[in-house]
Design a protein around this ligand. Structure first.
Ligand code: 13P
Length: 346
């Protein structure tokens, strides 16, 4: 057992505290730049820094955000006034998280499939991040649904890497967020998504056990069970919520500290409504807290409003706070569509 076990347990519980979720803001420079380019925001280190400062200095964000996941560049940055972001977060009671994977690369021998890299040197990087104040980490594995894929090879290779990452995190004092993302892209049905998510979670928990990962000291970050973006039959909110919870109940042991979903390209409103329905309809035998760890579904309105212009920061922060608040409500099953209209911009 990790010497950090009591601390890891407490951190994991705090990450999924009632009414709160996790903000993913760990886009790699590549991904962040792509999102900036779409809005014609300059893709410079200064603009990335200014955008992350906007997020982290949003007043009262910690009412609904327990922790935020940073990228390596961001954890080393400071506000315009020279205060390290890590200090800003500690003062705001937002737990510091860090993305530690090196991205999904083509999986040799498996056309169209990915394997996440980043295990080499990970023990040392974890030690450095812990010293810098990080208390949890994220590793994202990508599973693609398509003709004849995912392969067993892809599922097993990614599950293995996730388990090795999670074990190293716990050894070094970071709560691992274990993220096996089944991509939303494609024309697959919700039933096919269920089947693939089921197989993936089964493989992931088998490997986690094999690598002695303490399940009460980790957070699972799954995708929802949902039809592919280009599938002609899209399911109701109730159906997505029901099939997602069913798939989790089939695979996720009760001891897991919490479940925090990614949004994966669903619209903001969909992501919130699905999470809300899962919590509003949750059965008594649902043993873990079910919350969010969204990036796009929380950030998008703020990013679009800000548009790279610091004169827009204050209003963009209100938009960010609003989406965090709605998702906070959804994490307790207390969201309603009417709440979407309650934002009055100052
Ligand atoms: P999205 O919510 O935008 O899918 O991002 C979550 C995440 O952290 C993906 O790794």
């Amino acid at each position: 057992m990790s010497t950090y076990a009591p601390e890891l347990r407490a951190t994991a519980q705090a990450m999924v505290a009632p009414g709160k979720g996790i903000l993913a803001m760990d886009e790699s420079n590549n991904t962040c730049n792509k999102r900036f380019e779409k809005l014609e925001i300059p893709t410079t280190e200064d603009r990335r820094r200014a955008y992350r400062e906007l997020i982290l200095t949003t007043p009262n964000l910690s009412e609904f955000i327990s922790g935020a996941i940073l990228y390596d560049e961001t954890i080393r940055q400071s506000t315009q006034a020279g205060i390290p972001f890590t200090q800003v977060m500690q003062q705001a009671s937002i737990i510091i998280g860090i993305k530690v994977d090196a991205g999904a690369k083509d999986l040799a021998g498996c056309p169209g499939e990915k394997i996440t890299e980043g295990l080499d040197g990970l023990r040392d990087r974890i030690a450095e991040y812990y010293q810098m104040g990080a208390r949890f980490a994220k590793w994202r594995a990508v599973i693609t649904i398509g003709k004849d894929i995912p392969s067993r090879t892809c599922i097993e290779a990614n599950a293995h890497a996730l388990a090795r990452y999670a074990a190293l995190c716990q050894e070094g004092g970071l709560v691992p967020i274990v993220e096996p993302e089944v991509l939303l892209d494609g024309d697959h049905t919700i039933e096919r998504c269920y089947e693939v998510t089921d197989q993936t979670l089964q493989a992931v928990f088998t490997q986690l056990r094999l690598h002695q990962v303490a399940l009460d000291q980790m957070i699972l970050k799954p995708s929802m069970v949902i039809a592919g973006l280009s599938c002609s039959t899209q399911s109701s909110v109730d159906m997505v919520a029901q099939m997602t919870i069913q798939c989790l109940l089939n695979n996720v042991p009760a001891t897991v500290a919490g479940v925090a979903f990614l949004s994966g390209g669903q619209t903001n409103e969909q992501s919130t409504a699905h999470l809300n329905t899962m919590n509003a309809n949750r059965s008594a035998n649902c043993p873990w807290r079910v919350t969010f760890s969204y990036a796009r579904a929380i950030q998008q309105p703020a990013l679009e409003y800000w548009h790279g212009n610091d004169a827009n920061t204050k209003t963009a922060q209100q938009l960010l706070y609003h989406r965090a608040k709605l998702n906070g409500a959804a994490s307790s099953g207390k969201y309603s569509v009417e709440m979407e209209k309650t934002l009055v911009l100052a």
